[in-house]
Design a protein around this ligand. Sequence first.
Ligand code: GLU
Length: 553
Amino acid sequence: MNNLELSKLIFPNLEKSPADYEEMYPARELPEGAKVTRLGPSPTGFIHLGNLYGAFVDERLAHQSGGTFFLRIEDTDDKRFVENAVETIITSLDFFGIKFDEGVTETGDIGSYGDYTQSHRAEIYRTYAAELLSKGLAYPCFLSEDEITAVREKQESEKLTPGIYAGWSKYRDWDKDPAIEEEMLSKLKAGEPYVIRLKSQGTPNVRADEAVRHLVTDAVRGELSVPENFQDIVILKQTGIPTYHFAHVVDDHLMRTTHVVRGEEWLPSLPIHIELFNDLGWDIPVYCHTAQLMKIGEDGNKRKLSKRKDPELSLDYYRSQGYHPAAVREYLLTILNSNYEEWRAANPEASVDEFEFTTEKMSSSGALFDLDKLNDVSKGVMLNIPACEIAAWLKSWSEEFAPEYEYAFRDMALLEQILDIGRHDARPRADLVYARQIMDFISYFFDESFEIVDEYPAEAAEDADKILSAYLESYDHSDDNEQWFAKIRELATELGYAAKPKDYKKNPDDFKGHVGHVSTVIRIKLMGRAQSPDVWTIQQIMGEAKVRERLSK
Ligand code: GLU
């Protein structure tokens, strides 16, 4: 039996040939330099910041160059399948502004390079496995779990590289030994389970400095020199489902991907992919291996973000806390490209799409993720979003994630006024960070959430009742800010407090405290807290009735 006959025996009824697929999926007609990128998430139900980080890279590369960005669902790991996971992927990415041109959507595939779900592409993978078999570059391997374990133990004891490679699966050499050929054929006939392995052409176990190496240019890491592969990796599992390696190579070729953006955890398997691309006679795409997302851990050292320890790794976290997608996007760009912040400082008003993103400016040694920094960035981003938009966005967030705040959305005009306090000042207030924080920040406006959280300052605590009744008595809602403050000064002086803090500092024995202590008492009675935006402005928004009611309670 020759290779072609074995290939036909294993895959007797293929519908198409590789040439047919080349014709079905021709080179894309795109302008010179246009990049084709893809996101290939697995539907595990957990969509994380790393996915979004990679998606931004894909999206920018494609859309900056007039290319195409598509979504492919990589569901070849049947054990990890989770219901509705595909919808979760699509809706979460969409929420953060990631728009695909092509691929899987909630209402079916778009684009002519599909099917875009790997589990629907079994026939295609079989065709290319048959191709490799027919060229003598793959073989059916019947090693059982136990046999593979025995191989591993032997390799361990002999200090050899673990794995199945030349010499370790007898089936690899079926064409050199009629007895093995006979055994293989009878096992095939009996329907015994097997996998299809690559018959690697690499040389096993040579000294590192003698290994054949491939030179590859990684768009993030620059020139890489990687040793050739020699492992007979599985390309089709017993179930006929391809491994990641095989599906990646076949799909990215047929879908005409030009740039493969993926996490650096895939770097060690790059030699396998190079061998597969070469075996199939295809061009190798440009790889962009992105750095891991890191954070400063509890012990002050950098560590990888972990699913178990860091809720902020999950994209759900940002949605349920109510981060504005524009803020997350802005922040991710700051960790994506080292020159982004500088650009942003010079172009505060520009759309992020105007920034020229490059893979060369990406970190290759771990991108540091920092929630405090995100919050800082968010403050600035929120300042540029009109209050009416923030109000509408908070409302829809609350409907989905926090219905307990329903009372805050009964009067949208009022909410807008509240949100806008101090945002148009010469030095604008940047108090708004994310929805949950905002709801807490403005909670004192609503009787449903009003709560006295701070204590009166010691300097004025004893006089609190006196201060409040005098204030209520002199209160005139039509006073302007200056008149209002003049009255507070007067009231403070009458009760023995300095009208100016600096007078009190100079002669502390002459006064009980200063005007700030007096106004803090008022502030706490009205707002429940010692820190808040301008009291006069808040009173104007609250309205006279509520001010009087709170003061007299
Ligand atoms: N399905 C792979 C993953 O989730 C994608 C890797 C790639 O983009 O090639 O890690």
